[in-house]
Design a protein around this ligand. Sequence first.
Ligand SMILES: CC(=O)N[C@H]1[C@@H](OP(=O)(O)OP(=O)(O)OC[C@H]2O[C@@H](n3ccc(=O)[nH]c3=O)[C@H](O)[C@@H]2O)O[C@H](CO)[C@@H](O)[C@@H]1O[C@H](C)C(=O)N[C@@H](C)C(=O)N[C@H](CCC(=O)O)C(=O)O
Ligand SMILES: Nc1ncnc2c1ncn2[C@@H]1O[C@H](COP(=O)(O)OP(=O)(O)OP(=O)(O)O)[C@@H](O)[C@H]1O
Length: 491
Amino acid sequence: MKLSLLFEGAPEIEITGLAMDSRKVKPGSIFFCLKGLEADGHDFAGKAADAGAAAIVHSEPVEKRDGVCYLHRENVMRELNRVCDLFYGSPSRRLTMFGVTGTNGKSTTASIISDIFSAETPCGYMGTIAVRYGNYSRVPTLTTPDQIEVHGDLAEMAEHGMKAAAMEVSSHGLSMGRVDSVDFDCAIFTNLTYDHLDYHKTMENYFEAKKLLFRHMKKDGVAVLNADDEASIEGLKECCACRYVTYGTGVLGSADYMAEDVRLTTEGTAFTLVTKEGVRPVRTNLIALYNIYNLLAAIAAMHECGMPLDKMLPLLEDIPQVDGRMEIIDEGQDFGVIVDYAHTPDGFDKVFEYGDAITKDGGDIIAVFGSAGKRDKVKRKVLGAIAGRHCAQVVVTEEDPRNEKAADIGEVILSGVKESGGSGVFVEDRKTAIEKAIRMAKPGDLVLILGKGDESYMYYGDGRVPWIGDNEAARGALRKLRSNGRGDEIE
Ligand SMILES: CC(=O)N[C@H]1[C@@H](OP(=O)(O)OP(=O)(O)OC[C@H]2O[C@@H](n3ccc(=O)[nH]c3=O)[C@H](O)[C@@H]2O)O[C@H](CO)[C@@H](O)[C@@H]1O[C@H](C)C(=O)N[C@@H](C)C(=O)N[C@H](CCC(=O)O)C(=O)O
Ligand SMILES: Nc1ncnc2c1ncn2[C@@H]1O[C@H](COP(=O)(O)OP(=O)(O)OP(=O)(O)O)[C@@H](O)[C@H]1O
C-alpha cells in the first residue's frame, strides 16, 4: 500500500508494514513513536531508520536520516489507530464484532460466543486463551494485543472466511487505546471486582477504563450489561453511547435475559430462560453459577446480533470445554481434580464456593496456586486468606514470577493462609507442587489447581518459557500416582 493512501499529501512510497516497536521494524515499515510507561518511542527513531523504516510518525523532535519520510503529527496514537484500520482494510467493519470486558469471565464468555455463533456465522476468538479461527489456533501475546496485532489478527480472520469475531478487551487494552479504531457491534460487560490496581491504582480508574468500551460504542451497536452486578450496572447504563440490554438472575430486579429456577449439579446446569420472546428451558454442561452469568451474557449478545434462540439453545447442552476453565481432570481417580484460571479474589471466592458445594458430603479441598510476579501485590495475601478459609491444605507455588522471587511471593500468600486459620506449604516447582497435592488427596477430596488454566508458558525474568500446562501436569501426576502409589509423602 502507498504511504499517500494512509497520509494525505505524503509521497508515493510503498509501505510493507506497521511498527510501534523499533525492534519489529522491517524494510518499508512505518514506525510510530509512542511515549510509554517505561520508554519513549522517539528515542528509537534512529534504530527504526537503521532497520529500514520508510516513514516515521512522531510528535516530538527526532534524529533524522536521509531517505526516510518524517511525518509530524500532534497525536501519534490517534494516527496509529486510524492507519491500522486503513492498512488492514478495516477488518472490524467486515466482521460482526463482539467485545467482552469485565474483571472475570471474559475468556469464557468470548469463547462461548465464538463456539456457538459459529454454528450460523463463522466466528473467530481473540483473547487470553488463543488467537483462534476455524481449525487454526495460536498462543496469544497478550489478552488484548497492541493495535497493529489486533487489526492484523482480525484481517487474518476475515481472510480465512470468518464473518464474526469475539474478542476480550482488557482494561489495559482500553486505557492504552489498543481497540480505539475497532468497530464493535456488541459490547459485553461481565462484572467489576478487584484486580489490576498495580496499573490502575484505584477501582474508580479501573472502572473508568472499562467504561471506555461503552462510551465509544457506535450508535447502532448494542451493549449487554450484567443487571446483577451492583458495582457496574448504573455507571454503565449512564455512559453507554448505544442501546443496551441486561442479563441476570433477578437478584437486583428483572433483566431482559433472565435465568430463573437455576438448578446446579456437578454435571451441568438447568434453568429457565425468560426473555421478551417467552419462556424456554435451557440445559447446559457448564458448571458453577458464575458460568451461568457468562452464558447469559453470551446468549444475550448472540441473540441481539441476530442468532435465533431456537437455533442457539440446543447447542448450549454441549458447549466445548473452555480450555483451562473449570476443566475436570479425570484419570479414573477416586477424588476430584479441577484446573481453573481463577487468579482474582472474586474468582477464588466463586471457585471455592463451588468446591464447598461439591464436597459438602465429606471430603476436603486441597488447592495449588501462586500469584504473578510484577503484577498486583495486594491480592496475594487476600488469595491466601480465601484459600485458607476453604482448604484443608494449600500448596503455594510459582506462578509467572517474572523477576521476583517465587519464594517471596509464596511467603506473602502463606501469611494470608495462616491468618485465616489455614495450613499451607511452599513448593517452588509447579509440577512438583501439583504432584504433592495429588498425592495428599484422599477419596472424596477435591484438588483445585488454580491460576494458570491451560497456559502453555511460564514467565521468568523478562521472557517466557514453555510450561506443560496445569492440566497436563495434573494428568501426569495422576498417572504417576496410579503406577507408584502415594509413597511416603503424605503430610
Ligand atoms: C504495562 C503495559 O501494558 N505495557 C504495555 C505498553 O508498554 P509501555 O507503554 O510501557 O511501552 P514502553 O516500554 O514504555 O515503550 C514505549 C514505546 O517505545 C517502544 N520501544 C521500546 C523499546 C525499544 O527498544 N524500541 C521501541 O520502539 C515500545 O514499543 C513502545 O511503543 O505498550 C506495549 C506496546 O503495546 C505493550 O507491549 C506493553 O505490554 C506489556 C508487555 C504487558 O505485559 N502488558 C500487560 C500488563 C497487559 O497489557 N495485560 C493486559 C491485561 C491482561 C489481564 O486481564 O490479565 C492484556 O491485555 O494482556
Ligand atoms: N462471571 C464470573 N464471575 C466470577 N468469576 C468468574 C466468572 N467467570 C469466570 N470466573 C473465574 O475467573 C477465572 C477466569 O475466567 P476467564 O478466563 O473467563 O476470565 P477473564 O476475564 O478472561 O480473565 P483474564 O482476563 O485474566 O484472562 C475462571 O477460571 C473462574 O475461576
